[in-house]
Write a protein that binds this ligand. Structure first.
Ligand code: ADP
Length: 411
């Protein structure tokens, strides 16, 4: 890496999509921490179909979003198309200013507790974890291999969704099942959305004017996927997702917590196959299963029109959230802040108000006026008297991946 190499390309490779951001990590003019200025952002969707689509926004040049449609056969073709878009703005992958490529990797098991420079052994280990992350790790591996082929000389860094949760104590991470069976099949709670929980808990401490080591935070990451975490002094001590991202909160299309016997029942009594049950719980449950919509905006609109199904779906969603706030208050003993983040957490004021309503005895309250403010900045929404701070803290997983990647290659 040359002294001028301050850019990081962040890649989030899904099974049929690639999201990317190119960030400049040059320290800001005050000489402080890396600014993480976005130079370009984009998305390739429907890879492998006739109607693939690439949307690219060259923020560095202030140019308009460019969209192209047409078949993109595979991840290699997708990354080449992204590279061509970046080159068109003078930001090509061949630039000496590119310091590294940071890859989001969903499952790092227990081995990867921190971002890791990728070599053959690391790739093998990520492959070994495919059985516990069959939907995610294969796409991440393809993204890594493709990027390596394009720039074999460049450091490639894996930033794991599970890493932040590896500090969970055994009593929180283990399921109460036969130990030998669990160990043989690596069955335990790993947790996900780790880069978001890490970023948001740190930002929340900053908002309180404290060091992360001094505060206990409950982070509620409420997007289409949703998870809660209990973070004590900067370390995760519990989180709601488990072996897979199916456990925990009610989500857009996933059930979250459910009696595991429901799955036997569906097979024995309803005659469903394993795959049917998988699809039911991951794709046809949660808000969409309860009321047909998974977008919180649409659900709120229906509630305003008096729709009972939407109301019940909302109430079930909130009830589960409350249970986790209560549980994590007990786990942490002392809570300094509850932080809402991601699409629903950052935007849906009624969700925040309802999740905290009635929890005054636990020191939690929301100020209606502060809660109604729309802003992209971290902010407090609790009244002065509230013992526990309630905050809205926009997440930024790409910035977190870029920062971790840049810090590692500069170490
Ligand atoms: P993911 O990254 O898990 O796909 P996001 O964090 O982007 O999801 O969250 C997407 C969800 O955020 C949408 O499904 C919708 O429910 C919710 N959302 C986005 N904008 C708003 C808004 N203005 N008001 C309420 N909910 C919103």
């Amino acid at each position: 890496m040359t002294a001028t190499a301050t850019r990081v390309l962040v890649l989030n490779s899904g099974s049929s999509s690639v999201k990317y951001q190119l960030l400049d990590m040059k320290p800001d003019s005050a000489g402080g921490s890396a600014a993480g200025t976005r130079l370009a952002v984009g998305l390739v969707e429907r890879i492998g179909e006739e109607t693939s689509r690439l949307a690219h926004t060259p923020l560095a040049t202030g140019g308009d979003k460019r969209e192209t449609e047409g078949p993109i056969a595979d991840h290699e073709a997708a990354l080449k198309a992204v590279a061509a878009e970046l080159s068109a703005d003078g930001l090509g992958l061949d630039s000496p200013q590119l310091a590294a490529i940071g890859h989001r990797v969903v499952h790092g098991g227990l081995k990867f507790t921190a971002p890791t420079v990728i070599d053959d052994a690391v790739l093998k280990e990520i492959e070994r974890l495919v059985p516990v992350a069959p939907l995610h790790n294969p796409a991440n591996i393809t993204g890594i291999r493709t990027a390596q082929a394009l720039r074999p000389d460049l450091p490639q860094v894996a930033v794991f969704d599970t890493a932040f949760h590896t500090t969970m104590p055994e009593h929180a991470a283990r399921y109460a099942i036969d130990v030998a069976t669990a160990d043989a099949h690596r069955i335990r709670r790993y947790g996900f959305h780790g880069t978001s929980h890490a970023y948001v808990s740190r930002k929340t401490a900053e908002l309180l004017g404290k060091d992360p080591s001094e505060v206990n935070v409950i982070v509620l990451h409420l997007g289409n996927g949703a998870s809660a975490s209990a973070v004590a002094g900067g370390r995760c001590v519990d989180t709601s997702m488990g072996l897979t991202p199916l456990e925990g909160l009610v989500m857009g299309t996933r059930s979250g917590d459910i009696d595991p016997a429901v799955t036997f029942h569906l097979k024995r009594v309803a005659g469903m196959s394993e795959d049917d049950v998988d699809v039911l719980l991951n794709k046809k449950s949660g808000l969409v299963g309860l009321c047909g919509d998974n977008d919180m905006r649409e659900i709120r609109r229906r509630i305003d029109e008096g729709d009972e199904r939407a109301r019940l779906a909302f109430d079930i969603y909130i009830h589960r959230l409350k249970k986790y706030i209560g549980a994590y208050t007990a786990v942490l003993g002392r809570v300094d802040a509850v932080a809402f983040t991601a699409g629903v957490g950052e935007n849906a004021a009624p969700v925040r108000a309802a999740a905290v309503a009635g929890l005054e005895e636990m020191g939690l309250a929301v100020d209606a006026d502060l809660n109604a403010v729309r802003s992209g900045e971290p902010r407090l929404i609790s009244p002065e008297y509230s013992r526990v701070a309630v905050a809205v803290v926009p997440t930024d997983e790409e910035l977190e991946i870029a920062q971790q990647t840049y810090a590692l290659v500069n170490a």
